[in-house]
Ligand binder design. Structure first.
Ligand SMILES: C[S@@+](CC[C@H](N)C(=O)[O-])C[C@H]1O[C@@H](n2cnc3c(N)ncnc32)[C@H](O)[C@@H]1O
Length: 289
């Protein structure tokens, strides 16, 4: 496996980091990432001072979490590799950076790394593998086969930045004290209590049969899952938990959340590989306050 020499030691970079917290941002490129919708989403988040606890049970790249930078938070997702990666970035960011510095953007190396069983790697190397594949694969997609093996081909980039010490250290600082949990959304939501705020960004209801990118995990996310999620939101509302949910603005999603506040916003979406399907699409925000 080709090994890239560290140009500068991690410790010299560490010494340069300012004491105050750098502004953190998502360190992954995630399908459905919410960076472009942030301003709209932030309008519905309670002020930081009044926010008892923040929950994000479909965390993905965590765009809203990093923008809000809540004092107390629980982040979860049912993608085990993603959750492991967040935990390592929080607890051992320098170990992850050291492991990332050994990677190179090169097809044979990519294929070797992709073929590794993550469960046989040391924790920091496993997280670094996840970040490396995420930043160098086609479109930042995370797709696994039936056996749960990542199977996305390498993408074309000029100089993909998978080893980015200041960004990863800032993310690590934002994650300090945050609970990171591997769980399906229903198990995660049981923990939200009155006064908490939950942001829900599930895999979207497909706007057409060909636009389904709902297979974020080996299981996919079905219409039945959407219905269970709507029931979970009704339960949150009854318990006095404030929530904000985003989804595609399809008729059946509007109908599912009838009785809650709804607002349509327009956001650029780039996941469809057919150029004509790219562009601004209507998204639905659902909330209870
Ligand atoms: C649309 S993405 C979230 C994007 C995120 N808001 C961002 O800014 O990057 C949906 C996430 O839901 C996760 N997911 C899919 N099914 C799930 C389930 N049943 N329970 C919990 N998480 C699930 C996927 O692994 C994926 O990370």
């Amino acid at each position: 496996m080709p090994v890239l020499q560290l140009r500068r030691s991690e410790s010299s970079l560490r010494a340069e980091m300012p004491e105050e917290r750098a502004r953190a941002a998502p360190f992954l490129k995630w399908v459905g990432g919410k960076t472009t919708l942030l301003a709209e989403l932030l309008r519905h988040v309670p002020p930081r001072a009044t926010l008892r606890r923040y929950h994000e049970p479909f965390v993905g790249g965590g765009a809203l979490f990093f923008a809000v930078a809540p004092r107390r938070a629980v982040l979860s997702d049912n993608n085990a590799e993603l959750v492991h990666c967040y935990g390592q970035v929080r607890d051992d960011v320098h170990g992850v950076l050291d492991a990332l510095a050994r990677h190179v953007y090169e097809k044979a190396h990519y294929q070797n790394i992709r073929a590794l069983d993550p469960l046989h790697l040391p924790p920091a190397a496993r997280a670094a593998r996840f970040i490396y594949l995420n930043k160098t694969c086609f479109n930042g997609l995370w797709r696994v086969n039936r056996a749960g093996r990542f199977n996305v081909p390498i993408g074309r980039y000029t100089n993909p930045r998978f080893h980015d010490p200041s960004a990863l250290i800032a993310a690590s600082q934002a994650l300090k004290g945050v609970e990171i949990v591997h769980a399906p959304f229903e198990a995660a939501l049981v923990r939200a209590a009155a006064g908490d705020f939950v942001y829900l960004d599930p895999p979207y209801d497909p706007v057409s049969a060909t636009s389904s990118f709902a297979s974020y995990t080996a299981d996919g996310f079905t219409w039945d899952d959407q219905k269970r999620l709507a029931r979970a939101c009704i339960a949150l509302n009854r318990r006095g938990v404030r929530f904000l949910l985003s989804n595609s603005a399809t008729e059946r999603v509007r109908e599912l959340y009838r009785g809650f506040e709804q607002r349509t916003v327009r956001a650029p979406r780039f996941i469809n590989s057919k150029a004509e399907s790219r562009g601004r699409v209507a998204e639905l925000l659902v909330f209870n306050a």
